[in-house]
Design a protein. Structure first.
Length: 464
């Protein structure tokens, strides 16, 4: 293993800070050049804040279900103090950022606040936040500059009425009538969060169903919950433009209709932050959308230059960014390494109920690219679900015909992000449904449905 190398990392998000920790522990001299704050958008404006907001809405939703448990609470609609909610969220984000910074500094990583750009494959120029500048030599460079909310020319955010998800934490009060444009993960999560806090929410979806990238059965459950809770879902409706009008906003649709609201939240994707950081200067190849091209060990087209996270467009998850960063340093510094395996990545949608997935999908089965069977078990008969008044959700397991090897799964349930772990281990380790079902589960528990689904999958995978 080569020790004593110099490593410069552009960006302090999950890809950057996890890479820095690995490199420092392998004996490298590490500098993280960070412009926006340690933790990146994940910690400061996206994942940590949004999930904190969702957690608040979840608390309100569970309080609203108290009567099912025989508890009579006074009405809580309209009682949300959004200033206090947002203050708590921003405090949590700042604390998480400080914790990560302390970890980096504790491991000897230098954090340089400023904007960096490549001037050569082994040199990074930094315009420091204090007004000075410097040039850093690096035997290894990692690009981990993340992404930013996509902005359309016909819907320009103003930070007051027309908002991206990075701007919502400055709102002084819960929007009275919120129009959410985009029904992907971010749009769906935030639409339900504000619905739970008392907004009248209209969700504009260009697709037949919300969450078009998720398991169709899971998305159907979530859309049914949305409509049942009072959300207006406009399917097959594409936004043409958004404008400010007296007292609010107007969202114009391609079919000529218009939707009025007090606020509009734009959740129409993100773009990589790869402009003006010197990639073209040193010959780093990018795709048509500006994402840095990388291989399975995070190498770019230029020797010694690696990339990780949302700027690569591989899979926009903090866990994937972190793993890409670790893999980059393991590879660059000569440690044991294996290429990134997207087939074993678990992901989660933080709606209520949540959707967690891992491995192959129903689309793979339907397309005939995987010889497997799907076994689905609704949560309706689960004793713990009944006790907690959870009415929606299921467990689905994909297993190979014959041997019954677990190839993937879907969990739609409260805290599905925690429940997917045994299925992730099964996919990662090549376990069979028999091995999965033979593990003890607590009774009563939601995990009991995972074990039962695995037992049912035993019969489904056996040759007829």
């Amino acid at each position: 293993m080569t020790r004593g190398w110099s490593v410069v990392i552009l960006g302090g998000g999950p890809g950057g800070y996890e890479a820095a920790l690995v490199a420092a522990r392998l004996g490298a001299s590490v500098t993280v050049v960070d412009r926006d704050g340690i933790g990146g958008s994940c910690v400061l404006t996206d994942c940590v804040p949004s999930k904190s907001l969702i957690s608040t809405a979840h608390v309100l939703r569970r309080m609203g279900a108290a009567r099912e448990h025989g508890v009579d609470l006074p009405p809580i609609v309209g009682a949300t103090d959004l200033r206090a909610v947002n203050a708590r969220i921003l405090d949590l984000a700042a604390a998480q950022s400080a914790d990560v910074l302390a970890r980096l500094q504790g491991d000897g990583v230098r954090v340089c606040r400023g904007a960096g750009r490549l001037v050569a494959a082994d040199r990074v120029h930094v315009d420091r936040a204090d007004g000075g500048s410097e040039e850093l030599h690096a035997e290894v460079v990692l690009i981990s500059t993340g992404s930013t909310p996509r902005v359309l020319p016909t819907a320009i955010p103003d930070g007051e009425r027309i908002l991206t998800w990075a701007q919502i934490y400055a709102l002084p009060r819960v929007p009275e009538r919120l129009v959410v444009v985009g029904s992907g993960v971010t749009g769906a999560e935030l639409a339900q969060a504000y619905l739970g806090m008392g907004s009248q929410v209209t969700l504009v979806s260009s697709r037949d169903q919300v969450l078009p990238g998720e398991d169709a059965d899971a998305a159907a459950v979530i859309e049914d919950v949305f409509r049942r809770e009072g959300m207006q879902v406009l399917s097959r409706s594409r936004m043409r433009s958004v404008e400010r009008v007296s007292g609010g906003v107007r969202v114009h649709l391609d079919d000529g209709r218009a939707v009025d609201g007090s606020h509009a939240l734009l959740a129409v994707g993100s773009v990589p932050q790869t402009v003006d950081i010197g990639l073209e200067t040193v010959g780093v190849e990018c795709g048509p959308g500006g994402h840095v091209r990388v291989d399975g060990v995070s190498r770019t087209s230029v020797r010694g230059v690696y990339a990780a996270g949302d700027c690569t467009g591989v899979l926009p998850l903090a866990s994937v960014a972190a793993m890409q960063g670790r893999i980059a340093m393991w590879h660059a510094l000569g440690d044991a390494v294996a290429p990134l395996r997207l087939a074993v990545v678990s992901a989660n949608v933080f709606t209520d109920p949540e959707i967690a997935t891992v491995g192959v999908s129903q689309q793979d089965l339907d397309a005939g690219t995987v010889d497997a069977v799907a076994t689905t078990l609704p949560l309706a008969t689960n004793a713990r679900a009944k006790m907690d008044s959870f009415h929606d959700g299921f467990v689905k397991i994909f297993a190979r015909r014959g041997p019954g090897t677990v190839l993937g799964g879907v969990v739609v349930a409260p805290r599905a992000s925690e429940l997917i772990y045994p299925l992730t281990i099964a996919v990662e380790s090549g376990l069979t449904v028999d091995q999965l079902s033979n593990a003890f589960t607590v009774y009563p528990s939601i995990t009991g449905s995972i074990g039962e689904a695995a037992r049912r999958a035993h019969a489904a995978t056996r040759p007829s």
